[in-house]
Design a protein around this ligand. Structure first.
Ligand SMILES: [Zn+2]
Length: 268
């Protein structure tokens, strides 16, 4: 099997059962450190529920990330521009970031937007997007490079999370992130993989734990450590300097509704 990232030949390293029924091969690329499953024929079944049932950390993760990303955007990016949450799920993260004061938009091919309605991304704001965020999605990508290229066509800054593939590579039963019970995780990356990708697109790669950044400007891993200051409430201090969009969005959405009602009345 050819590596989806660097196109060299991979090596089958183990097989295991996913969703309690399909025996699946996992292949590792020694050239770029990427681990991939065999062609994923089981995904339609795996995605019957897009946000998988065992993902109990969904809300906690979104709140946690909103604090980190607040610090990140404030110090390293143009906070007054627009942002896109790619693969934004139910829209929880977009709503949280708008509450804090960032002009965030939503897009997702697979999930219904519930919390960020009215803030769907469209191509007319493409040139205003300072950075794209993409959380817990890279491990789901069937064609990682295609997805990355789509994001890069919107912004050259991508902030994302995925767990790094540990070394040595864990056995199937020894790493929860393989997600064998739901079958949705099919792509696993190491730092080497991300460095390869950054190099391919002439970007910088920086990393703090499971948070990764591809960016035009170099952000040193050392400076990224400032994100740990959520412990001391740094995000709260920043939030005081921003203007929450809760009320502004409320007014905007109420006006839209009135327009809709009037438009509706005109029909009759
Ligand atoms: Zn490779």
């Amino acid at each position: 099997m050819t590596c989806k990232i660097c196109k060299t030949e991979t090596e089958r390293i183990f097989d295991t059962k996913i969703m309690n029924k399909y025996k699946v091969d996992y292949s590792y690329c020694r050239n770029c450190g990427f681990l991939q499953t065999e062609e994923s024929y089981w995904l339609t079944e795996a995605y019957k529920n897009p946000i998988n049932l065992s993902d109990t950390g969904y809300l906690q993760r979104n709140i946690f990330l909103s604090k980190k990303v607040t610090i990140l955007l404030f110090f390293f990016f143009d906070k007054n521009k627009k942002f896109l949450d790619y693969g934004g799920g139910y829209g929880v993260f977009v709503r949280l970031m708008r509450d804090i004061g960032f002009d965030f938009y939503w897009s997702d091919k697979y999930t219904q937007n519930i919390f960020a309605r009215g803030f769907e991304y469209n191509d007319s704001i493409k040139n205003d997007i300072e950075a794209v965020t993409c959380f817990e999605a890279f491990e789901h990508f069937v064609n990682p490079l295609e997805e990355i290229e789509k994001m890069l066509s919107i912004s050259k800054n991508i902030i994302f999370t995925t767990e790094l593939l540990p070394q040595p590579i864990p056995k199937p039963e020894d790493w929860w992130y393989y997600g064998l019970e739901h079958g949705q995780h099919i792509s696993f990356y190491s730092k080497k993989t991300f460095n390869f990708i950054a190099n391919k697109y002439s970007l910088n790669y920086s990393n703090l734990g499971s948070l990764h950044i591809f960016s035009q400007k170099r952000i040193s891993n050392f400076k990224l450590k400032i994100l740990k200051f959520t412990k001391f409430g740094l995000h709260k201090f920043i939030q005081k300097q921003l203007k929450s969009k809760i009320w502004e969005d409320h007014l905007k959405m109420s006006n839209n509704n009135e327009t809709n009602i009037f438009a509706h009345q005109n029909i009759y």
